[in-house]
Write a new protein. Structure first.
Length: 202
């Protein structure tokens, strides 16, 4: 079983995506297992309701399989999945807004808590600075915080972050620049790199 999982992990997203489009159910299953938990965690940063979280992610995968023949071959799979989940949640809130006057998705807090496990930092002075940095990042505006999460925690390119946030490239670049600039005023880049390397979502 472990050998099979190890082999599956070596198959690239693009290969699995192409095979999925061709109707390969196993490739779909591997992508589902690879990203389901990641997407659940991402959805939790946007909305509190467990039912909405699970339904949104599951519906995205249902539609991917249902309309697999119409999917674009050349997309970045990870960015596409994040974008689909975000858009799905946005549509749910747009629908609920009609009945209950809920805020639109752009006004919701981004609920990911950036943190570094203490055991990963041996130096007490550095650990204290990182804790302060955690707090500063978590106090950023929600949009900046989400952009940082996608860019550095999930490893998306600026172009892919723009796709997920439904923004143009330059606006996304400016958003990230503003966030980093605020942090760089008080902290060295080495600490920022450490934070985004070891950030964990609890």
């Amino acid at each position: 079983m472990k050998k099979i999982q190890s082999f599956n992990n070596k198959i690239s997203d693009s290969v699995l995506w192409s095979q999925l489009i061709a109707g390969d159910e196993e490739s779909f299953s591997i992508l589902f297992e690879r990203y389901y938990g990641v997407l659940i965690n991402y959805a939790k940063t946007i909305v509190y309701a467990d039912d909405t979280i699970k339904d949104s992610v599951q519906d995205v995968f249902v539609d991917i399989w249902k309309y697999s023949e119409k999917l674009n071959q050349t997309i970045n799979v990870k960015a596409y999945l994040f974008s689909c989940v975000r858009n799905r949640i946005a549509r749910i809130h747009e629908r609920d807004h009609i009945f209950s006057n809920l805020k639109d998705l752009s006004s919701f807090d981004f609920m990911f808590d950036f943190s570094v496990e203490d055991k990963l930092i041996a130096d007490e002075t550095t650990a204290q600075k990182v804790k302060q940095l955690n707090q500063c990042i978590n106090n950023l505006p929600a949009r900046q915080k989400e952009a940082l999460y996608l860019r550095y925690h999930q490893g998306l390119t600026v172009e892919q972050v723009a796709e997920v946030l439904n923004m143009n490239y330059q606006s996304t670049k400016n958003l990230l620049h503003r966030a980093i600039s605020r942090l760089r005023n008080d902290f060295p880049l080495s600490l920022l790199a450490l934070l985004f390397k070891y950030s964990v979502n609890f």
